[in-house]
Design a protein around this ligand. Structure first.
Ligand SMILES: *Cc1c(COP(=O)(O)O)cnc(C)c1O
Length: 373
């Protein structure tokens, strides 16, 4: 009988993304869909369609390139490009596609003004209140207010900033300092006659700081079902979110590993007793990080199987000694899996030595299938 294998597969459950969005909308009045970087690896267009069908009228994408893709897909709501228009072509694209760029310098405002058409383009003024990354600062406001009247063809529609530690309740003071600075900036712009909408809350800000909701909230990670407050005193504020990405791959072969025998490159694992191992078809070429060597865990037949030895390019060995009747072709879940005891994004990220965001972005680089639309 020919063996029929499952394939390495990344499955995205759009119904869970919809449920997460609705859960967030129960907590905040106007969450937008942050879908930058291919919707954190979940698929830009399918996720945008799902959120739009659930009532989201604004999406924030990473680049003008993503914004154009989204506009061409038929989305007719507001599109915000978080990196902004970085050159003349992108500035023109913003005008043509009615894309709202984040803008972090006077040079970029000028670029957008020079590309202006008839209708004024709404732009989002990006302020640095504590990330020390991109943005105008509070000190730039006088020069900005002086420059704006001469910049034809653009209209400041939003004022935005980003929180550095909203996911860390023990650093609440810093978050409050950022917010105070943000309030002063918003008031300065409004007092000068610019009726801007204000936005500062990411997922953790939305969940933990209702007073920072302002006009729109910008959840990303929570839409995909990871709790940004996991492992903190505020963990319960993010309960009920459903992880939307499952990754599975077939078992290729199962064999004994007698006591004293080593496995895989570098012989980093030696069996301390007679074992049985399964070789599964995933490795660092599939973005299953080599950092998971001797640390990761997969789920096979509803049981947990720890990674033994080094993760290879296309294969990984796992301990199935205590799992009955594992055979080639069985599904091994690298992320997600059976509802009773899935591999959670948080535990995979912890074993990997990173955050759920990176786990999603990297595993989501593989081809994906979408269900639950
Ligand atoms: C990515 C991003 C967000 C979303 O952050 P999460 O922590 O994923 O909720 C919000 N705002 C900006 C500017 C971002 O770049």
């Amino acid at each position: 009988m020919p063996i029929s294998y499952n394939k390495f597969s990344v499955q995205v459950h759009l119904d869970r993304i919809r449920d997460n969005y609705l859960l967030l909308r129960g907590k905040a009045a106007n969450p937008i869909g942050v879908i930058k970087s291919d919707a954190y690896g979940h698929g830009l267009i399918p996720v945008a369609r799902t959120l739009a069908a659930a009532g989201a009228d604004t999406m924030a994408v990473g680049t003008v390139g993503e914004a154009i893709r989204l506009r061409k897909s038929g989305f007719d709501g507001r599109i915000i490009a978080l990196l902004g228009a970085l050159d003349k072509d992108e500035a023109c694209s913003c005008h043509i596609g009615n894309i709202t760029p984040f803008v972090f310098s006077l040079e970029h405002l000028q670029l957008l003004s020079d590309a202006a058409g008839d209708a004024p383009l709404p732009v989002a003024l990006k302020f640095d209140t504590g990330m020390a990354r991109l943005g105008f600062t509070e000190d730039d406001i006088p020069a900005l207010l002086q420059a704006l009247p001469a910049l034809r063809g653009i209209r400041p529609a939003l004022v935005a900033s980003h929180l550095a530690v909203s996911d860390a309740p023990d650093q609440e003071d810093f978050t409050r300092e950022q917010h105070d600075r943000f309030l002063r900036i918003v008031h300065a712009l409004r007092d000068a006659g610019h009726p801007v909408q204000a936005t500062i809350a990411n997922s953790a800000g939305l969940l933990a700081y209702p007073e920072m909701h302002h006009d729109l909230q910008r959840p990303g990670i929570a839409l995909y079902g990871a709790n940004p407050l996991h492992g903190t005193a505020h963990q319960a504020m993010g309960s009920g979110l459903l992880a939307a990405m499952d990754v599975s791959t077939p078992v290729l072969q199962v064999h004994d590993l007698p006591k004293g025998r080593s496995i895989s490159y570098g012989r980093t694992f030696v069996a301390q007793h007679d074992m049985r191992v399964a070789i599964v078809a995933a490795g660092y070429a599939d973005a299953y990080s080599r950092g998971l060597s001797n640390k990761g865990v997969v789920v096979i037949n509803e049981h947990r199987a720890p990674v033994v030895g080094r993760v290879c390019m296309q294969m990984t060995a796992v301990d199935v000694t205590n799992i009955p009747a594992v055979s080639s072709g069985d599904a091994a879940w690298l992320l997600g899996g059976p509802a009773a005891d899935p591999v959670t994004p948080e535990e995979l990220a912890a074993a990997w030595g990173t955050i759920t965001y990176e786990v999603f972005c990297l595993l989501g680089l593989s081809p994906k299938s979408h269900t639950g639309a």
